[in-house]
Write a protein that binds this ligand. Structure first.
Ligand SMILES: Cc1ncc(COP(=O)(O)O)c(C=O)c1O
Length: 416
Protein backbone atom coordinates (compact mmCIF):
# COMPACT_ATOMS: atom_id res chain seq x y z
CA UNK A 1 0.00 0.00 0.00
CA UNK A 2 1.29 3.52 -0.77
CA UNK A 3 3.53 5.56 1.52
CA UNK A 4 1.11 8.51 1.35
CA UNK A 5 -1.66 6.76 3.28
CA UNK A 6 -1.55 8.65 6.58
CA UNK A 7 -1.69 6.01 9.29
CA UNK A 8 -2.51 7.39 12.76
CA UNK A 9 -0.20 7.14 15.80
CA UNK A 10 3.52 6.40 16.27
CA UNK A 11 2.58 2.77 16.89
CA UNK A 12 -0.32 2.12 14.48
CA UNK A 13 -3.49 0.45 15.74
CA UNK A 14 -5.16 -2.48 13.96
CA UNK A 15 -8.85 -2.25 14.83
CA UNK A 16 -10.51 -5.65 14.87
CA UNK A 17 -13.93 -5.31 16.41
CA UNK A 18 -16.42 -2.65 17.46
CA UNK A 19 -19.58 -2.34 19.49
CA UNK A 20 -21.48 0.90 20.13
CA UNK A 21 -18.98 3.64 20.99
CA UNK A 22 -16.13 1.18 21.59
CA UNK A 23 -13.53 -0.64 19.48
CA UNK A 24 -10.95 -3.33 20.26
CA UNK A 25 -7.55 -3.66 18.61
CA UNK A 26 -5.73 -6.82 17.54
CA UNK A 27 -4.00 -6.98 20.95
CA UNK A 28 -7.32 -6.81 22.77
CA UNK A 29 -6.96 -3.20 24.00
CA UNK A 30 -10.27 -1.33 24.21
CA UNK A 31 -10.79 2.27 23.04
CA UNK A 32 -13.61 4.76 23.24
CA UNK A 33 -14.01 5.71 19.58
CA UNK A 34 -14.57 9.45 19.15
CA UNK A 35 -13.50 9.56 15.52
CA UNK A 36 -15.65 6.76 14.06
CA UNK A 37 -13.44 5.91 11.08
CA UNK A 38 -13.46 9.62 10.09
CA UNK A 39 -17.03 10.48 11.17
CA UNK A 40 -18.49 7.48 9.38
CA UNK A 41 -20.22 5.51 12.14
CA UNK A 42 -22.72 8.01 13.58
CA UNK A 43 -24.88 5.23 15.08
CA UNK A 44 -21.96 3.38 16.68
CA UNK A 45 -20.30 0.12 15.71
CA UNK A 46 -22.23 -3.07 14.94
CA UNK A 47 -25.64 -1.43 15.24
CA UNK A 48 -27.92 -4.52 15.41
CA UNK A 49 -30.42 -3.04 12.92
CA UNK A 50 -27.68 -2.51 10.31
CA UNK A 51 -25.97 -5.84 10.97
CA UNK A 52 -29.28 -7.67 10.54
CA UNK A 53 -30.19 -5.78 7.35
CA UNK A 54 -26.78 -6.52 5.83
CA UNK A 55 -26.91 -10.18 6.88
CA UNK A 56 -30.38 -10.54 5.38
CA UNK A 57 -29.43 -8.81 2.12
CA UNK A 58 -26.14 -10.74 1.81
CA UNK A 59 -28.12 -13.96 1.86
CA UNK A 60 -30.36 -12.76 -1.00
CA UNK A 61 -28.23 -10.75 -3.43
CA UNK A 62 -24.93 -8.90 -3.24
CA UNK A 63 -24.86 -7.26 -6.62
CA UNK A 64 -26.82 -6.56 -9.77
CA UNK A 65 -25.54 -3.09 -10.98
CA UNK A 66 -27.49 0.01 -11.99
CA UNK A 67 -28.64 -1.82 -15.14
CA UNK A 68 -31.50 -3.31 -13.11
CA UNK A 69 -34.08 -1.98 -10.68
CA UNK A 70 -33.16 -2.52 -7.06
CA UNK A 71 -35.73 -2.21 -4.31
CA UNK A 72 -33.26 -1.16 -1.56
CA UNK A 73 -31.75 1.52 -3.83
CA UNK A 74 -35.17 2.90 -4.85
CA UNK A 75 -36.41 3.00 -1.26
CA UNK A 76 -33.18 4.65 -0.18
CA UNK A 77 -33.38 7.24 -2.97
CA UNK A 78 -36.92 8.12 -1.90
CA UNK A 79 -35.81 8.49 1.70
CA UNK A 80 -32.74 10.61 0.82
CA UNK A 81 -34.70 12.84 -1.59
CA UNK A 82 -37.34 13.47 1.06
CA UNK A 83 -34.79 14.09 3.83
CA UNK A 84 -32.65 16.39 1.67
CA UNK A 85 -35.02 19.34 1.95
CA UNK A 86 -34.52 20.02 -1.78
CA UNK A 87 -37.91 20.17 -3.59
CA UNK A 88 -38.60 17.31 -6.07
CA UNK A 89 -35.04 16.10 -5.73
CA UNK A 90 -33.35 13.24 -7.57
CA UNK A 91 -30.53 11.09 -6.18
CA UNK A 92 -27.52 9.41 -7.77
CA UNK A 93 -25.61 6.91 -5.61
CA UNK A 94 -21.86 6.47 -5.57
CA UNK A 95 -19.42 4.45 -3.47
CA UNK A 96 -17.62 7.34 -1.71
CA UNK A 97 -17.64 11.04 -0.90
CA UNK A 98 -14.99 11.73 -3.51
CA UNK A 99 -17.08 10.15 -6.21
CA UNK A 100 -20.16 12.01 -4.98
CA UNK A 101 -18.36 15.35 -5.36
CA UNK A 102 -16.96 14.28 -8.72
CA UNK A 103 -20.53 13.54 -9.86
CA UNK A 104 -21.72 16.92 -8.54
CA UNK A 105 -18.94 18.69 -10.47
CA UNK A 106 -19.89 16.79 -13.63
CA UNK A 107 -23.56 17.73 -13.20
CA UNK A 108 -22.88 21.40 -12.43
CA UNK A 109 -20.32 21.93 -15.22
CA UNK A 110 -22.55 20.16 -17.77
CA UNK A 111 -25.66 22.07 -16.70
CA UNK A 112 -23.89 25.41 -16.86
CA UNK A 113 -21.67 24.52 -19.84
CA UNK A 114 -18.75 25.98 -17.91
CA UNK A 115 -15.58 24.55 -16.37
CA UNK A 116 -15.24 27.42 -13.90
CA UNK A 117 -15.62 26.59 -10.23
CA UNK A 118 -15.52 28.62 -7.04
CA UNK A 119 -14.22 26.83 -3.96
CA UNK A 120 -13.42 27.84 -0.41
CA UNK A 121 -9.87 28.13 0.84
CA UNK A 122 -9.07 25.42 3.40
CA UNK A 123 -11.84 23.16 2.03
CA UNK A 124 -11.47 19.41 1.36
CA UNK A 125 -13.60 17.55 -1.17
CA UNK A 126 -11.85 14.24 -1.87
CA UNK A 127 -8.88 12.45 -3.34
CA UNK A 128 -9.64 12.08 -7.07
CA UNK A 129 -8.25 14.15 -9.92
CA UNK A 130 -11.31 16.43 -10.05
CA UNK A 131 -11.80 16.76 -6.30
CA UNK A 132 -8.18 17.56 -5.37
CA UNK A 133 -8.43 20.39 -7.86
CA UNK A 134 -11.20 22.02 -5.81
CA UNK A 135 -9.48 21.26 -2.49
CA UNK A 136 -7.98 24.40 -0.95
CA UNK A 137 -5.67 22.64 1.44
CA UNK A 138 -2.00 22.22 0.52
CA UNK A 139 -1.40 18.99 2.43
CA UNK A 140 -4.23 17.20 0.57
CA UNK A 141 -3.58 18.63 -2.88
CA UNK A 142 -0.77 16.70 -4.62
CA UNK A 143 -1.25 18.19 -8.10
CA UNK A 144 -2.32 21.42 -9.75
CA UNK A 145 -3.25 19.72 -13.04
CA UNK A 146 -6.94 20.05 -13.71
CA UNK A 147 -9.50 20.52 -16.43
CA UNK A 148 -11.32 22.87 -14.11
CA UNK A 149 -10.63 26.59 -13.77
CA UNK A 150 -10.87 27.03 -10.02
CA UNK A 151 -10.95 30.33 -8.11
CA UNK A 152 -10.57 30.19 -4.34
CA UNK A 153 -12.47 32.51 -2.05
CA UNK A 154 -12.22 33.34 1.63
CA UNK A 155 -14.47 31.27 3.83
CA UNK A 156 -14.71 29.02 6.82
CA UNK A 157 -11.41 29.37 8.62
CA UNK A 158 -11.38 32.44 10.82
CA UNK A 159 -8.54 32.07 13.30
CA UNK A 160 -5.87 33.24 10.88
CA UNK A 161 -5.85 35.35 7.71
CA UNK A 162 -6.63 38.93 6.80
CA UNK A 163 -10.19 38.86 8.21
CA UNK A 164 -9.34 37.12 11.51
CA UNK A 165 -9.96 40.18 13.68
CA UNK A 166 -13.49 40.81 12.37
CA UNK A 167 -16.76 40.01 14.15
CA UNK A 168 -19.32 37.68 12.50
CA UNK A 169 -21.15 40.32 10.45
CA UNK A 170 -18.00 42.12 9.32
CA UNK A 171 -16.30 38.81 8.51
CA UNK A 172 -19.19 37.71 6.30
CA UNK A 173 -19.24 41.13 4.62
CA UNK A 174 -15.51 40.92 3.88
CA UNK A 175 -15.93 37.42 2.39
CA UNK A 176 -18.87 38.61 0.26
CA UNK A 177 -16.74 41.46 -1.09
CA UNK A 178 -13.93 38.99 -1.80
CA UNK A 179 -16.37 36.71 -3.66
CA UNK A 180 -17.65 39.63 -5.75
CA UNK A 181 -14.12 40.64 -6.61
CA UNK A 182 -12.99 37.09 -7.45
CA UNK A 183 -15.94 36.62 -9.82
CA UNK A 184 -15.25 39.99 -11.44
CA UNK A 185 -11.49 39.57 -11.78
CA UNK A 186 -10.75 35.84 -12.18
CA UNK A 187 -13.74 34.42 -14.07
CA UNK A 188 -15.75 35.18 -17.17
CA UNK A 189 -18.93 35.37 -15.09
CA UNK A 190 -20.56 32.18 -16.30
CA UNK A 191 -19.19 30.10 -13.42
CA UNK A 192 -20.69 26.61 -12.94
CA UNK A 193 -20.90 26.45 -9.17
CA UNK A 194 -19.58 27.26 -5.76
CA UNK A 195 -18.69 24.13 -3.78
CA UNK A 196 -18.48 24.48 0.01
CA UNK A 197 -18.59 22.50 3.23
CA UNK A 198 -20.97 23.96 5.86
CA UNK A 199 -18.18 23.30 8.41
CA UNK A 200 -14.73 22.46 7.05
CA UNK A 201 -13.91 19.09 8.60
CA UNK A 202 -10.45 18.12 7.34
CA UNK A 203 -9.63 21.84 7.52
CA UNK A 204 -9.87 21.59 11.31
CA UNK A 205 -13.61 21.94 12.03
CA UNK A 206 -13.56 25.52 10.78
CA UNK A 207 -16.97 27.00 11.58
CA UNK A 208 -18.13 30.02 9.54
CA UNK A 209 -20.66 32.50 10.96
CA UNK A 210 -24.36 31.50 10.89
CA UNK A 211 -25.90 32.51 7.57
CA UNK A 212 -22.53 32.67 5.80
CA UNK A 213 -23.54 30.65 2.74
CA UNK A 214 -26.80 32.61 2.40
CA UNK A 215 -24.76 35.78 2.01
CA UNK A 216 -22.64 34.03 -0.62
CA UNK A 217 -25.77 32.73 -2.39
CA UNK A 218 -27.06 36.30 -2.77
CA UNK A 219 -23.95 37.10 -4.81
CA UNK A 220 -24.21 33.93 -6.94
CA UNK A 221 -27.89 34.23 -7.72
CA UNK A 222 -27.81 37.01 -10.38
CA UNK A 223 -25.17 35.05 -12.30
CA UNK A 224 -27.11 31.76 -12.09
CA UNK A 225 -24.10 30.14 -10.36
CA UNK A 226 -25.15 26.91 -8.60
CA UNK A 227 -24.60 26.24 -4.90
CA UNK A 228 -23.15 22.78 -4.22
CA UNK A 229 -22.95 21.89 -0.54
CA UNK A 230 -20.62 19.08 0.52
CA UNK A 231 -22.31 17.41 3.51
CA UNK A 232 -19.97 14.40 3.50
CA UNK A 233 -18.86 15.15 7.08
CA UNK A 234 -21.61 17.43 8.34
CA UNK A 235 -24.60 15.46 7.05
CA UNK A 236 -27.05 13.16 8.80
CA UNK A 237 -27.24 15.01 12.12
CA UNK A 238 -23.56 15.49 12.93
CA UNK A 239 -23.87 19.24 13.63
CA UNK A 240 -27.08 19.03 15.67
CA UNK A 241 -29.41 19.53 12.70
CA UNK A 242 -29.98 16.98 9.94
CA UNK A 243 -27.87 19.07 7.52
CA UNK A 244 -25.08 21.53 8.08
CA UNK A 245 -26.64 23.86 5.50
CA UNK A 246 -29.53 24.55 7.89
CA UNK A 247 -27.21 26.79 9.95
CA UNK A 248 -26.62 28.83 6.81
CA UNK A 249 -30.26 29.51 5.88
CA UNK A 250 -30.04 28.16 2.32
CA UNK A 251 -31.38 25.28 0.26
CA UNK A 252 -28.56 24.02 -2.00
CA UNK A 253 -29.01 23.21 -5.69
CA UNK A 254 -26.92 20.06 -5.25
CA UNK A 255 -25.78 18.35 -2.07
CA UNK A 256 -23.31 15.51 -1.61
CA UNK A 257 -23.27 12.94 1.19
CA UNK A 258 -21.29 9.81 2.13
CA UNK A 259 -19.52 8.71 5.36
CA UNK A 260 -22.36 8.46 7.93
CA UNK A 261 -25.11 7.47 5.47
CA UNK A 262 -24.29 3.76 5.70
CA UNK A 263 -22.75 3.76 9.18
CA UNK A 264 -19.56 2.34 7.71
CA UNK A 265 -20.81 0.82 4.45
CA UNK A 266 -19.21 2.14 1.25
CA UNK A 267 -21.91 4.51 0.02
CA UNK A 268 -22.24 8.12 -1.06
CA UNK A 269 -24.30 10.17 -3.43
CA UNK A 270 -25.44 13.43 -4.86
CA UNK A 271 -28.97 14.73 -4.40
CA UNK A 272 -30.34 17.82 -6.03
CA UNK A 273 -32.71 19.66 -8.30
CA UNK A 274 -34.13 17.24 -10.87
CA UNK A 275 -33.35 19.52 -13.85
CA UNK A 276 -29.67 19.56 -12.86
CA UNK A 277 -29.39 15.86 -11.99
CA UNK A 278 -31.13 14.91 -15.25
CA UNK A 279 -29.08 17.22 -17.47
CA UNK A 280 -26.37 14.78 -18.66
CA UNK A 281 -26.57 14.24 -22.41
CA UNK A 282 -24.76 10.89 -22.42
CA UNK A 283 -25.28 7.67 -20.50
CA UNK A 284 -23.71 7.24 -17.09
CA UNK A 285 -23.64 4.34 -14.64
CA UNK A 286 -22.02 3.34 -11.40
CA UNK A 287 -21.47 -0.40 -11.24
CA UNK A 288 -21.39 -0.48 -7.45
CA UNK A 289 -23.07 2.82 -6.50
CA UNK A 290 -26.12 2.11 -4.33
CA UNK A 291 -25.53 -1.64 -4.51
CA UNK A 292 -28.09 -3.77 -2.65
CA UNK A 293 -25.87 -4.51 0.33
CA UNK A 294 -24.92 -0.88 1.03
CA UNK A 295 -28.44 0.37 0.27
CA UNK A 296 -30.12 -2.14 2.59
CA UNK A 297 -27.68 -1.31 5.40
CA UNK A 298 -28.07 2.42 4.83
CA UNK A 299 -31.86 2.16 4.92
CA UNK A 300 -31.71 0.43 8.31
CA UNK A 301 -29.17 2.97 9.53
CA UNK A 302 -31.15 6.03 8.42
CA UNK A 303 -34.42 4.68 9.81
CA UNK A 304 -32.69 4.27 13.17
CA UNK A 305 -30.98 7.67 12.95
CA UNK A 306 -34.13 9.55 11.91
CA UNK A 307 -36.50 7.48 14.09
CA UNK A 308 -34.47 8.27 17.20
CA UNK A 309 -33.88 11.90 16.18
CA UNK A 310 -30.14 11.57 16.63
CA UNK A 311 -29.61 15.08 15.25
CA UNK A 312 -31.35 16.46 18.34
CA UNK A 313 -29.30 14.07 20.47
CA UNK A 314 -26.13 15.42 18.86
CA UNK A 315 -27.23 18.97 19.73
CA UNK A 316 -27.86 17.96 23.37
CA UNK A 317 -24.69 15.92 23.82
CA UNK A 318 -22.69 18.52 21.90
CA UNK A 319 -23.65 21.20 24.38
CA UNK A 320 -22.38 19.01 27.20
CA UNK A 321 -19.16 18.24 25.36
CA UNK A 322 -18.66 21.93 24.58
CA UNK A 323 -18.94 22.75 28.30
CA UNK A 324 -16.23 20.20 29.12
CA UNK A 325 -13.88 21.34 26.36
CA UNK A 326 -14.40 25.02 27.18
CA UNK A 327 -12.58 24.43 30.46
CA UNK A 328 -9.31 24.21 28.50
CA UNK A 329 -10.04 27.02 26.04
CA UNK A 330 -7.80 29.48 27.90
CA UNK A 331 -4.90 27.03 28.25
CA UNK A 332 -1.68 28.61 26.91
CA UNK A 333 -1.30 25.80 24.31
CA UNK A 334 -4.89 26.09 23.04
CA UNK A 335 -5.68 28.79 20.49
CA UNK A 336 -9.32 27.87 20.11
CA UNK A 337 -11.98 25.33 21.04
CA UNK A 338 -14.71 25.29 18.39
CA UNK A 339 -17.48 23.09 17.08
CA UNK A 340 -21.15 22.45 16.66
CA UNK A 341 -23.28 19.43 17.57
CA UNK A 342 -20.88 16.51 17.90
CA UNK A 343 -18.13 17.92 15.68
CA UNK A 344 -15.45 19.58 17.82
CA UNK A 345 -11.89 20.78 17.50
CA UNK A 346 -9.06 22.02 19.67
CA UNK A 347 -6.40 24.05 17.87
CA UNK A 348 -2.96 23.61 19.46
CA UNK A 349 -0.32 26.36 19.36
CA UNK A 350 3.13 27.08 20.77
CA UNK A 351 2.21 28.23 24.32
CA UNK A 352 1.24 31.87 24.52
CA UNK A 353 1.47 32.44 20.75
CA UNK A 354 -0.69 31.82 17.67
CA UNK A 355 2.04 29.75 16.02
CA UNK A 356 0.57 26.36 15.03
CA UNK A 357 1.99 23.43 16.99
CA UNK A 358 1.60 20.12 15.16
CA UNK A 359 4.00 18.67 17.76
CA UNK A 360 1.68 19.43 20.67
CA UNK A 361 -1.29 18.14 18.67
CA UNK A 362 0.62 14.91 18.09
CA UNK A 363 1.50 14.67 21.76
CA UNK A 364 -2.13 15.05 22.87
CA UNK A 365 -3.19 12.61 20.16
CA UNK A 366 -0.75 10.04 21.60
CA UNK A 367 -1.72 10.74 25.22
CA UNK A 368 -5.43 10.37 24.60
CA UNK A 369 -4.72 7.05 22.87
CA UNK A 370 -2.71 5.89 25.91
CA UNK A 371 -5.76 6.72 28.04
CA UNK A 372 -8.01 4.69 25.75
CA UNK A 373 -9.59 7.33 23.52
CA UNK A 374 -9.42 7.60 19.72
CA UNK A 375 -9.72 11.10 18.24
CA UNK A 376 -8.56 12.63 14.95
CA UNK A 377 -6.22 15.32 13.70
CA UNK A 378 -6.53 17.90 10.96
CA UNK A 379 -6.19 21.55 10.03
CA UNK A 380 -3.98 23.24 7.49
CA UNK A 381 -0.98 22.80 9.81
CA UNK A 382 -2.02 19.44 11.32
CA UNK A 383 -2.23 21.18 14.68
CA UNK A 384 -5.95 20.60 15.25
CA UNK A 385 -7.44 17.76 17.29
CA UNK A 386 -10.80 16.62 15.95
CA UNK A 387 -13.42 14.99 18.17
CA UNK A 388 -16.56 13.39 16.76
CA UNK A 389 -18.34 10.83 18.98
CA UNK A 390 -21.22 8.66 17.75
CA UNK A 391 -24.53 10.57 17.78
CA UNK A 392 -26.04 7.90 20.05
CA UNK A 393 -23.21 7.91 22.62
CA UNK A 394 -24.31 7.89 26.24
CA UNK A 395 -23.88 10.89 28.49
CA UNK A 396 -21.38 8.86 30.54
CA UNK A 397 -19.32 8.17 27.40
CA UNK A 398 -19.34 11.85 26.44
CA UNK A 399 -18.16 12.73 29.95
CA UNK A 400 -15.49 10.03 29.94
CA UNK A 401 -14.05 10.94 26.53
CA UNK A 402 -14.16 14.68 27.24
CA UNK A 403 -12.39 14.14 30.58
CA UNK A 404 -9.57 12.27 28.82
CA UNK A 405 -9.05 15.18 26.40
CA UNK A 406 -9.24 17.79 29.16
CA UNK A 407 -6.78 15.87 31.39
CA UNK A 408 -4.37 15.25 28.52
CA UNK A 409 -4.23 18.94 27.61
CA UNK A 410 -4.22 20.07 31.28
CA UNK A 411 -1.23 17.82 31.97
CA UNK A 412 0.94 19.79 29.52
CA UNK A 413 1.52 22.46 32.18
CA UNK A 414 3.11 20.00 34.58
CA UNK A 415 5.56 18.75 31.98
CA UNK A 416 6.84 22.04 30.64
C1 LIG B 1 -16.07 17.14 3.28
C2 LIG B 1 -15.54 15.92 2.60
N1 LIG B 1 -15.84 15.71 1.31
C3 LIG B 1 -15.41 14.62 0.65
C4 LIG B 1 -14.63 13.67 1.28
C5 LIG B 1 -14.17 12.47 0.53
O1 LIG B 1 -14.87 11.35 0.93
P1 LIG B 1 -14.27 9.88 0.67
O2 LIG B 1 -13.03 9.76 1.52
O3 LIG B 1 -15.39 8.95 1.06
O4 LIG B 1 -13.95 9.76 -0.77
C6 LIG B 1 -14.30 13.84 2.63
C7 LIG B 1 -13.46 12.84 3.33
O5 LIG B 1 -12.93 13.06 4.38
C8 LIG B 1 -14.76 14.99 3.31
O6 LIG B 1 -14.46 15.22 4.58
Amino acid sequence: MPSWLSISYREPIAIERGEGSWVWDAEGARYLDFFGGILSTPCGHSLPEVVEAVRHQAGRLLHASTLYLSEPAIELAELVAEASGIPDAKVFFTTSGTEANDAALLLATSYRRSNQILALRNGYHGRSFSTVSVTGHRSWSPTSFSGLAVSYIHGGYRLRGPFAHLDDAAYTRACVEDLQEVIATTTSGDVACLIAEPIQGVGGVAVPPEGFLAAMADVLEPYGILMVVDEVQTGWGRTGTLWGYEHHGIIPDLMTFAKGVGNGLALGGVVGRADIVDNLTAQSISTFGGNPLAAAGALANLRYLLGNDLAANAARLGERMGQHLDTISDHASVAEVRGRGLMWAIEMVVPGTLEPSPDLAEEIHERTRERGLLIGRGGLYRNVLRIAPPLNATLAEIDEGSAIVVESVGELDHDR
